[in-house]
Design a protein around this ligand. Structure first.
Ligand SMILES: Cc1ncc(COP(=O)(O)O)c(CNc2cccc(C(=O)O)c2)c1O
Length: 459
């Protein structure tokens, strides 16, 4: 497939014909896109032959690592056998049946029904329609409003972008749609001053109760949140937050939804992030690690209570041409089976995750402008701050993060700047030696970044 072209030729054609997501096209085309040509394990190679450590597992998704020929072989066989058939009109196929059975086994108790989509965003939109339909069937059609969090991220469809709390997305497309409201995020470093994290966790959870009472419990369908906010910058709530949110949702008969698109399939060391925090959602959404990004597929895990409710309503008029696509389902099955049978998630929980977290804290705890060094499993971050003593952030949020990210880029290490939060989420198969390489390179970059901040008078 890959015709031989020079980097410049790739860039010119890309600039001429390809519109990139979340991109300022003019700005990108002035510098040209980095052309990634191949990948293996935790490494990428670009068209100039640079070897790059992918500290972000693509976009938080390549949990099993790159270059798994067993997955490509599964795709080839399935494509030769049945490249496509739909799951509408009373039909199914072996690949989606086997995947559904496997997922019901790795999911927590009470989740035996899965609905398929093509992405995390489609899973979120599916969930929105499901929770509203559930309350219709239960005779409470007024319960339509969903509550999300500011700085939460739930995708780019109209529903997902509305439920997310990214104002710069709401401004484009007249969002949020009606029936979606937000509460502040449980970001202790920014909002919990004067309180212990545990005290703040309860305070932040009570913001959900205040919103439910403001809207009216008889109008609220669900509260939706990522166990750990990913694209918002790895905001890890205090341990008291989620149990209190669950108590509040049960009190007011509000469905509780976990968006596990990033946290799911081992990222935190548990199969799913809600298990880490000990809460029990009524539904949860998934994508990314479901197939490790090898093919697009998403899912909604529907808890027994909601599944029963939807069933009582007869036809659920929703679905996609590619819902349960046979090749995507077969690859997802092989991926999930390998995550389980190769002990990859267990290793994150008991070995490489604790190792990463110890090294991460040791490495970044001593910098003058790095604070809130945090993480669990193989999702971690720190925040670039103006003054650690007062928790003062930099005035132009994101400016310093971009400086730092670009330094990483030049050192062939991919990490993510979410504002001034610097984030890493490598493939779950990363070795301890590769963790050392990631951290040692990152330390070099942060050292360089602090020097640049001084040179530019930002500190
Ligand atoms: C929690 C969550 N929910 C839904 C989505 C949407 O999934 P799709 O993209 O497959 O529609 C996401 C996606 N998360 C995501 C997607 C793209 C970029 C970044 C970033 O951090 O730069 C994060 C996500 O992180």
């Amino acid at each position: 497939m890959q015709s031989e072209r020079t980097t410049e030729q790739w860039r010119a054609l890309d600039a001429a014909h390809h519109l990139h997501p979340f991109t300022d096209t003019e700005s990108l085309n002035q510098q040209g896109a980095r052309v990634i040509t191949k990948a293996d394990g935790v490494f990428l190679w670009d068209s100039d032959g640079n070897k790059i450590l992918d500290g972000m597992a693509g976009l938080w998704c390549v949990n099993i690592g790159y270059g798994r020929k067993d997955l490509s072989e599964v795709a080839r066989r399935q494509m030769d056998e049945l490249a496509y058939y739909n799951t509408f009109f009373k039909t199914t196929h072996p690949a989606v049946v086997e995947l559904s059975h496997l997922l019901s086994q790795v999911a927590p108790e009470g989740f035996s029904h899965i609905f398929y989509t093509n992405s995390g965003s489609e899973s979120v939109d599916t969930m929105i329609r499901m929770v509203r339909r559930y309350w219709d069937v239960k005779g409470k059609p007024g319960k339509k409003t969903l509550i999300g969090r500011w700085n939460g991220y739930h995708g780019s469809t109209i529903g997902g972008a509305s439920l997310g709390g990214m104002s710069y997305m709401h401004e484009q497309g007249d969002l949020p749609i009606p029936g979606i409201v937000h509460v502040e995020q449980p970001w202790w470093y920014r909002y919990g001053q004067g309180m212990s994290p545990e005290e703040f966790g309860v305070v932040a959870a009570r913001w959900v109760e205040e919103k439910i009472l403001e809207v009216g419990p008889d109008k609220v369908a669900a509260f939706v949140g990522e166990p750990i906010q990913g694209a918002g910058g790895v905001i890890i709530p205090p341990s008291t937050y989620w149990p209190e949110v669950e108590r509040i949702c049960r009190r007011y008969d509000v469905l509780l939804v976990a968006d596990e698109v990033i946290c799911g399939f081992g990222r935190t060391g548990e199969w799913f992030g809600h298990q880490l925090f000990g809460f029990h959602p009524d539904l949860f959404t998934a994508a990314k690690g479901l197939s490790s990004g090898y093919l697009p597929i998403g899912a909604v895990f529907v808890g027994d209570k909601v599944a029963q409710g939807l069933a009582e309503g007869g036809d659920f008029n929703h679905g996609f041409t590619y819902s349960g696509h046979p090749v995507a389902a077969a690859v997802a099955h092989a991926n999930v089976k390998a995550l389980r049978d190769e002990g990859i998630i267990d290793r994150v929980k008991h070995d490489t995750g604790p190792y990463m977290q110890q090294r991460w804290r040791e490495a970044f705890g001593g910098f003058a402008h790095v604070d809130d060094v945090r993480g669990v499993g193989l999702i971690q971050a720190f925040t670039l701050v103006k003054d650690k003593a007062t928790h003062e952030l930099f005035p132009n949020w994101g400016e310093v993060g971009t400086i730092c990210r670009d330094i990483f880029f030049r050192h062939n290490l991919i990490m993510r700047a979410c504002g001034d939060h610097m984030v890493a989420a490598p493939p779950l198969v990363i070795s301890k030696a590769e963790i050392d390489q990631l951290i040692d390179t990152a330390v070099q970059c942060v050292t360089e970044c602090e020097a640049v901040l001084h040179q530019r008078g930002l500190v």
